[in-house]
Write a protein that binds this ligand. Structure first.
Ligand code: ATP
Ligand code: MG
Ligand code: ZN
Length: 503
């Protein structure tokens, strides 16, 4: 007596299709489970036994062998419970075997036979659709999430018996349909708005440039001057995620177990602001059961590190790799996995430990203390930040004056979208999306300077003693400024403004 059920699992950020094979024989009664399985997969045996008993199905004393392939990938998680249980009842003859062909089954079983949600459903079901599966049976609580995978019918089940009946009579099944993602993207609004921020014209202009070209940004300034406010409002002016990006980002949240039935898909750009006491593993992810960390949960969105110098050195150093490669590589015994981590970094810091430097009436920090405080952000990290600005202490007239209509999120977003569409056109058929992505070798091509601005750039390079990396950064930021002004060439004024964001 033999049966096969198809399922799937997560391997890093990727997925694999798994085949669960069950063989029942009249040899000495036992359960053998093979196929490079982790503890929780092997524990399925106990859950399945009791769940089947409670569903009124008695397993006769048989030798049960379960093999989950491909054998070279380590399987983890609890999603194999339901396929194993269905495989056993099929091998016992309760369900005709050919019914299971082309169906993906996944779900955790409770002892009472209830089907509980599992992590990673969206990417697994999307992969199944790409592999030609026509239908999937998933836990009810994951059904909305699964429905966003295109090209596959989704059935949600809440208990084992329901799964059995559904499979036996698919003609009666009700499929879950997704809500329209494009519509959800178009109708979102934010509670915060840039019009809440008074004054701080330089910081707001810098935020506009950062959002338009996806440039990393550093804000230094005294306490209570609006640094956190500005960081929180940055995503209100960024271009909305595309539908593909929504699926991509939601896949990461799915693997991290952060999608719920109420929020089965991510349609806003992510925003993460970990506390400075965050641990290295919470940022990078990894760990025993390999999961994406905060740096991946803000993929395509914003990572806001408030009080950057207060973060541990190892956390700050861990930013290097994602800032350079836009991904995080994790090594483990059985190989390595990588998680995407293409975020816009906004870092904020006080200028000194007390926060009030250079106001020497209030700041008593010594030169040494100030230098030590700032040296916690190492050179290589500073070097990867494109835009550096200072927020000013607000005077009362700035706080009470009427707000500038050009400073609203709606107005700023309009400018960003224009610059974005220029970049879209520029980067057609290239791997780039934003000006900040342009590699050194392509800078000359995408950031052309006329003769006059070339002279100016050379002058700046010499007088500011720039590194090649800083010089390229300058050109990328100037490119974005020119795009905001809808100028094809980078002009002296664009370069001059970009220079202001390096000092
Ligand atoms: N430019 C501003 N316009 C309007 N309100 C402001 C401004 N700056 C500060 N505030 C007010 O002060 C509060 C604190 O601002 P915010 O948290 O952004 O300051 P911060 O610079 O991040 O300070 P800290 O260094 O202490 O983190 C805000 O909630 C807001 O009420
Ligand atoms: Mg703050
Ligand atoms: Zn001080």
């Amino acid at each position: 007596m033999y049966s096969t059920v198809y399922s799937g699992g997560i391997n890093g950020i990727g997925c694999y299709m798994a085949k669960v094979e069950i063989d029942l024989s009249r040899a000495l009664p036992a359960w053998d489970m093979v196929g490079k399985l982790s503890h929780e997969v092997i524990e399925a045996k106990e859950r399945v036994k009791v769940a089947l008993k409670n569903a009124g199905i008695v397993i006769p004393p048989l030798h049960i062998t379960i093999n989950i392939s491909p054998a070279n990938i380590r399987k983890s998680g609890t999603g194999y419970d339901l396929p194993i249980a269905l495989g056993i009842v099929t091998a016992l003859g309760f369900i005709p075997e050919d019914i299971l062909e082309g169906i993906l089954v996944i779900g955790e079983l409770g002892l009472d036979g209830s089907v509980a949600p599992v992590k990673g459903i969206l990417p697994i079901v999307s992969a199944a659709a790409a592999h030609g599966f026509k239908t999937c049976i998933v836990p009810n609580e994951n059904a909305a999430e699964a429905s966003y995978a295109s090209g596959i019918n989704v059935i949600g089940v809440s208990c084992f018996e329901e799964a059995m009946h559904t499979i036996t009579d698919l003609s009666d099944a009700s499929y879950v349909t997704p809500r329209n993602i494009a519509q959800m993207i178009a109708t979102q609004d934010f509670e915060e708005d840039f019009s809440d921020v008074s004054g701080q014209a330089v910081c707001k202009r810098a935020a506009l440039i950062a959002a338009a070209g996806f440039h990393h940004m550093f804000i230094s300034g005294p306490p209570g001057s609006g640094k956190t406010m500005i960081a929180k409002r940055l995503r209100t002016i960024m271009p909305p995620l595309t539908v593909d990006e929504c699926i991509e980002v939601s896949g990461i949240y799915s693997i991290a177990g952060k999608l719920t039935c109420d929020d089965p898909i991510i349609t806003r750009r992510p925003y993460q602001s970990p506390h400075h006491a965050a641990t290295l593993s919470s940022l990078t992810g990894g760990g025993y059961d390999l999961h994406p960390g905060i740096l991946s949960l803000c993929h395509r969105g914003i990572l806001f590190l408030d009080e950057l110098p207060e973060f541990s050195r190892e956390c700050i150093e861990a930013l290097r790799e994602p800032l350079e490669n836009k991904q995080i590589q994790m090594s483990r015994v059985s190989g390595s996995v990588s998680y995407p981590a293409d975020f816009l970094l906004v870092a904020a810091a006080n200028p000194c430990p007390c926060g009030f430097y250079p106001d020497r009436n209030r700041c008593n920090c010594t030169e040494h203390e100030i230098r030590r405080y700032n040296s916690r952000i190492s050179g290589p990290i500073r070097d990867r930040i494109d835009i550096i600005v200072s927020s000013e202490k607000m005077d009362i007239s700035g706080l009470t004056g009427s707000s500038d209509p050009n400073g609203s999120s709606e107005h700023m977003r309009g400018l960003v979208l224009k610059a974005r569409s220029i970049q879209e056109e520029r980067f057609k058929n290239t791997p780039y999306r934003y000006n900040s992505h342009i590699r050194a070798a392509d800078i000359g091509h995408f950031c052309p300077l006329d003769e006059e601005s070339m002279h100016y750039a050379e002058e700046v390079y010499r007088s500011m003693n720039l590194s090649a990396r800083s010089y390229h950064k300058l050109l990328r930021v100037a490119r974005t400024i020119a795009d905001l002004e809808e100028s094809e060439h980078i002009r002296i004024s664009d370069l001059a403004e970009a220079v202001c964001y390096r000092t």
